[in-house]
Write a protein that binds this ligand. Sequence first.
Ligand code: ADP
Ligand code: MG
Length: 566
Amino acid sequence: EAQKESHGFQTEAKQLLHLMIHSLYSNKEIFLRELVSNASDAADKLRFEALSKPRLLAEDTDLRIRVEFDKEKGTLTITDNGIGMSRDEVIENLGTIARSGTSAFMQQLTGDQKKDAHLIGQFGVGFYSAFIVADKLDVFTRRAGHSADQGVHWECHGEAEYSVETVELPQRGTRVVLHLKEDAKEFADGWRLRSIIKKYSDHIAIPVEMLKEQAPAAEGEEQEEKAPEFEAVNAAQALWTRPRSELKSEEYKEFYKHISHDFDDPMTWSHNRVEGKLDYTSLMYIPARAPFDLYQRDAARGLKLYVQRTFIMDDAEQFLPLYLRFVKGVLDSNDLPLNVSREILQKDRNTDAIKSALTKRVLDMLDKLAKKDADQYQKFWDLFGNVLKEGPAEDFSNKEKIARLLRFATTHTDTEKQDQSLEAYIGRMREGQKAIYYVCADNFATAKSSPYLEVFRKKGIEVLLLTDQVDEWFVGHMNEFDGKQFQDVAKGALDLGEAESEEDKAEREKVEQESGALVERVQAVLDGRVESVRATTRLVDSPACLVVTEQDMGPQMRRILEQAGQ
Ligand code: ADP
Ligand code: MG
């Protein structure tokens, strides 16, 4: 077991590594953020395991991260006393780059380095960013609870392969040694490292320490041999526990990157402390980019859960509804028990209360964004609008709030851009108009040129142009907004309400009368294939159109069910 074993990387992994090194080249320093982030996660995991096995922490209770360098050797070392890894875990965690969805990822690559660099962040290649600055990596690690002879040494020369051997290690935790490339020797420098840590890792909850710089001995004096002393370089306090007034946007943004594994800045965030019946702090972010798995049912989602500052789990999905699954963030509760599990969460009364409060928070945050910065909100809508539209079906109680956040393409602008709110629609309603009209189609071109719209266009009545898969489903649950029913222009008898003038009414009655004979003949020919035939004034240029009855499913819904094999 102790002997050295060599492993190769998969081809795809090699490609990915290569690509990452090149696309992140202009932003080299982020490697340190990734390694410190991992060390901090390792401390979180150890604290969590120690809740049920206190002895894991007992031998060394002061969790910390240390960053050291050796200018002569050109090395940089990041050491933590966190959870560490067993031999199997090393192979599992460090041997497979971009563990899941590598090929899906490779397909998404555009060749545009900037865009690709952003994609990379989503695939958890954080650790491998070390290769941006190092041509060789050594990792020494020992799992908490394992004995000294169960240490592991992992060694890797960049692109080709890595080896693992079992070694003796006196302490638990992980030490990553980077052998810096010629063009990255600048990182073996105290001042530089301190400023990078300040910039990216100030929010890390445990100390990130460096050796105190020793003042050079004054002339004629002997340099005193002092034991090396470490000092914290960061604020070392969980960011969300600090008062809002004290926090800078930059700090919020870096914290977002730490918890989300996103390389981009978030769009907006909301940080709140709640005291009283419930006692918790939440910090939630709206990303500025949609994850590749937004529509995958089993994709990880939810908040990072802490109980009294102790990390409990990633992706606690019980605190937000599915239609807000794009939200990232942290929840720190003082009410939940430390031994809380997913099962307990499901039954806990507090969970629902927090969920409903957080849901409102997110909806309010979006409302604020929409009011404050329409352009940003439009970006949000383009990314996540389709997910938000699942809201009315899932969350009846917030229907009204959600409705105000919706944006549509309509005949008012007649462009594909979904940028019109229902409030704006209502503001433009014709006198006497009772309903909010919409047409559903597979795509914008079809919707826009739908014969059902002819009469509406003629009368200057605005119609929503719905072309997303979710639309028919969503509109069925919306039902009404601001006291106005949603009305499919392709369904049933067309009643334009008082929007129909006396003149129009006379015309309609005349047409109905005159067409009596024709209607009968058509009815006879189509017998058994249609339910009924009637004359209409809803068409202006087209001779005929198909209409489904009020109770029938619309064509989109029908197609969805057909696809599902029903
Ligand atoms: P991520 O942090 O997104 O999971 P990384 O590539 O940064 O992805 O790290 C891969 C995995 O390697 C981590 O999930 C963790 O299991 C393991 N790992 C990395 N660094 C450490 C560390 N310092 N201590 C313990 N485990 C680590
Ligand atoms: Mg990481």
